[in-house]
Ligand binder design. Structure first.
Ligand SMILES: Cc1cc2nc3c(=O)[nH]c(=O)nc-3n(C[C@H](O)[C@H](O)[C@H](O)COP(=O)(O)O)c2cc1C
Length: 186
C-alpha cells in the first residue's frame, strides 16, 4: 500500500466549496495524509527541509488545488521552487523522489467542453499541466492521470457529495498502486 501525501493549496479556504469537500474526503481516506500549505505557511515562508522529510516518508504525492490561470495557486509554485532542490530532487545525486508518483487533483470553473481545441480554453487540462508532468519526469517520478472536477461553480450538494466519493475512489486507486499513469515511473 503506497503512502499518499496530499499537498493541498487554496488561498481562500473559507470561501471554498469544492476543495473543502474534497479535502474532507481525502482526510477520511485510509493511508492518505493531508498537508495544507496555506494553513502551515500563511506567510509563504516554506521550510524546505521539513517538506523534503515529508516527501521522503511518502510514495505518492498529490497536488490538490483549484485551477488558477490554467495552473496552480502561487504557494504551490513557491513550494516547487524551494522544495524540489538541485542535488535532492534532480541533478547530480538528486534521487530523493525517484520511483515515486506525482498526481494532481484540480477543480476548475470551466466545463470539460471548454478544455478542447475548439473550446474557449483551447488546450486540454493535461496539456496545460505539462510543466507539472515534466517536473515529475525530471525528478524520475511517474505522473498519474489527473483527477479533475469541472464546472466548480455549478455543483449542488448532491454533486459535491458525488465528486467527493469519486475523489476517494481515485485516491484509493493511487494508494493501492493501481492508478493509470500518463507517465510511467522510469
Ligand atoms: C484567480 C483565479 C483564477 C482562476 N483561473 C481559472 C482557470 O484558469 N480555469 C478555470 O477553469 N477556473 C479558474 N478559476 C475558477 C476556480 O478554479 C474555481 O473558483 C475553483 O476551482 C472553485 O473551487 P473552490 O470551491 O474550492 O474554491 C479561477 C479562479 C480564481 C479566483
Amino acid at each position: 500500500m503506497a503512502r499518499v501525501l496530499v499537498i493541498f493549496a487554496h488561498p481562500a479556504f473559507e470561501r471554498s466549496r469544492v476543495n473543502r469537500a474534497l479535502v474532507a474526503a481525502a482526510r477520511a481516506t485510509e493511508g492518505v495524509t493531508v498537508h495544507d500549505l496555506y494553513e502551515v505557511y500563511p506567510d509563504f515562508l516554506i521550510e524546505p527541509h521539513d517538506e523534503q522529510r515529508l516527501l521522503e516518508n511518502h510514495d505518492t504525492v498529490v497536488l490538490q488545488h483549484p485551477f488558477f490561470w490554467y495552473s496552480s495557486p502561487a504557494l504551490v509554485k513557491e513550494w516547487l521552487d524551494l522544495v524540489l532542490a538541485y542535488r535532492w530532487a534532480y541533478g547530480e545525486g538528486g534521487t530523493a523522489l525517484r520511483g515515486k508518483i506525482l498526481a494532481q487533483a484540480i477543480s476548475a470553473g470551466g466545463p470539460e467542453m471548454a478544455y478542447r481545441r475548439e473550446g474557449p480554453n483551447h488546450f486540454s487540462v493535461r496539456e496545460l499541466l505539462a510543466p507539472f508532468e515534466q517536473t515529475a519526469r525530471l525528478c524520475g517520478m511517474g505522473y498519474a492521470e489527473a483527477f479533475t472536477v469541472h464546472g466548480a461553480h455549478h455543483l449542488d450538494a448532491a454533486a459535491l457529495a458525488a465528486e467527493s466519493k469519486r475523489y476517494q475512489a481515485w485516491l484509493t486507486t493511487l494508494r493501492d498502486g493501481a492508478a493509470p499513469l500518463w507517465l510511467p515511473t522510469p
